[in-house]
Design a protein around this ligand. Structure first.
Ligand code: CA
Ligand code: CA
Ligand code: CA
Length: 262
């Protein structure tokens, strides 16, 4: 019992200092509420046109209900339909997520996704190839699809990992999908999302400043990461050698000088 109590106490101490070792959070489309939003524009003359996508009409996205195999997909309405084939429907599916307290240059997001329609230019499916853009960066096509080799996107792609294009603080990813007006939508699943902690940002507020220094000096005085008073995970041990000493202070000083997390 004593051992259990000690572990609980250590965990509580760690949480109190904001030193949770949890990674950043990105939501699959299975849980759209509060996380996934969609800007929808129906334009019968807009087939395949980038200009037809609007980013000023965002509403809460909802799970579609027309196909049990797509229970975790989303659209602006449960039917995913807007007047039938030929009512080209331009969706921008958006999620914003927060990397505050993390080193954005180390972020790795592993996902897979699918979209209806596929831009295959037959059977009146529309001609836009589904693609995403992270923080306004280049558009990245559905895996394996390109203007010269258009493939169906109606099921989940292979898993792939996004390792660049992240920025400090709040990030935004947009998926551009053109539906043909009938049973349209978008699905995304998440395998993992990881990022290193921002070195020196011990209270995880996106800055390395005096508040962090106050936390660091306490750990520096304790020195040994195995000291029961040390916060869980010994986050002030910036070079991971089980001691909080001058070597860590040197690293801390560099981050403190930069103030903003990378
Ligand atoms: Ca469709
Ligand atoms: Ca901080
Ligand atoms: Ca150390």
């Amino acid at each position: 019992m004593r051992r259990t109590s000690a572990i609980v106490a250590l965990a509580a101490a760690g949480l109190f200092h904001g030193q949770s070792t949890a990674g950043p959070v990105f939501y699959p489309t299975a849980v759209p509420n509060g996380h996934w939003f969609v800007s929808t524009n129906v334009d019968r003359s807009g087939d395949g046109k980038f200009e037809s996508f609007k980013t000023a009409l965002f509403t809460q996205a909802v799970n579609v209900t027309y196909d049990a195999a797509r229970a975790d997909w989303i659209a602006d309405v449960p039917s995913g339909s807007h007047g039938g084939v030929g009512s080209w429907t331009f969706f921008v599916f958006r999620q914003s997520f927060d990397l505050t307290g993390f080193d954005s240059t180390s972020a790795k997001l592993t996902i897979r996704w699918g979209a209806d329609d596929s831009g295959e230019i037959f059977a009146q499916r529309g001609s836009w190839i589904p693609a995403y853009t992270l923080n306004g960066g280049p558009f990245i096509y559905y895996p394996g699809s390109s203007p010269s080799h258009r493939i169906p996107t109606y099921g989940y792609s292979p898993w792939f990992t996004i390792t660049s294009g992240f920025v400090p603080g709040v990030n935004t990813i947009d998926f551009y999908v053109e539906g043909n007006g009938q049973t349209d939508g978008f699905g995304l699943q998440v395998q993992s999302f990881t990022a290193d902690s921002c070195k020196g940002d011990l209270n995880r507020d996106g800055l390395v400043d005096d508040a962090d220094f106050s936390i660091f000096v306490v750990a520096y005085d304790l020195l040994d990461c195995t000291d029961p008073a040390m916060p869980l995970g010994c986050p002030s041990d910036l070079n991971a050698d089980t001691l909080v000493d001058d070597a860590d202070f040197s690293i801390f000083a560099v981050a403190y000088d930069a103030v903003l997390c990378p």
